[in-house]
Design a protein around this ligand. Structure first.
Ligand SMILES: CC(C)(COP(=O)(O)OP(=O)(O)OC[C@H]1O[C@@H](n2cnc3c(N)ncnc32)[C@H](O)[C@@H]1OP(=O)(O)O)[C@@H](O)C(=O)NCCC(=O)NCCS
Length: 160
């Protein structure tokens, strides 16, 4: 049978392809420093402070003795951010009495330059705050060098 071209049913068959970029997948794990190795803690510290405004380069043993010794941080109160097995972020915490008030003190905080601006610092600070609350601290305390504008901006954004 001959069908006129004009009478032939019009079938429109189309597929719309939508491609959505997922962006780089960040698989960052957060652990207590007591759950990881000293090498990973030092790796996070060394990388995170590699471009710091003041040179605080130190050997692994010196770093661990100082920050978990006289500086008063505790591995049970400190968190590390891991990219795979690599330490890429750190927040050290310790409890002190300041004017009689139980205080969670942030002893150091750093993120590896390649992992900055991704919210990892905020997540670590959140864990730090929650740890303080869980320990019954009534306030948090940290010191920051004048001129460290990025750190100050972060602390203001998260805590103030
Ligand atoms: C400080 C540090 C931990 C912050 O981590 P980060 O991943 O860089 O933090 P974020 O990018 O999430 O937040 C920084 C905020 O500072 C601001 N900021 C970014 N670059 C800045 C700059 N050059 N100057 C001023 N403010 C800046 C932004 O407001 C940003 O927040 P946003 O999300 O609104 O853009 C990290 O930069 C670091 O490890 N620095 C070296 C070590 C250090 O200084 N430690 C702190 C010692 S007290």
């Amino acid at each position: 049978m001959n069908i006129n071209e004009a009478d032939r049913p019009k079938v429109f068959c189309g597929v719309v392809c939508i491609l959505i970029e997922m962006g780089e997948q960040e698989l960052i794990n957060y652990k207590l420093c007591s759950e990881v190795s000293d090498d990973q803690i030092f790796q996070a510290f060394d990388g995170g402070f590699s471009d710091y405004m003041v040179n605080i380069t130190m050997e692994k043993d010196q770093m661990l003795e100082h920050f978990f010794g006289p500086e008063g941080n505790d591995k049970e109160l400190s968190y590390i951010a891991l990219d795979g097995n690599k330490g890429i972020g750190l927040i050290l915490g310790g409890i002190r009495l300041m004017n009689g008030v139980k205080t969670m003190r942030c002893g150091t905080m750093c993120i590896h330059p390649e992992h900055r601006g991704m919210g990892i610092a905020g997540r670590l600070m959140d864990l730090h705050k929650k740890m303080g609350q869980a320990c019954g601290c009534k306030q948090m305390f940290l010191e920051v060098i004048v001129g460290n504008d990025r750190a100050i901006a972060l602390y203001k954004k998260i805590w103030l």
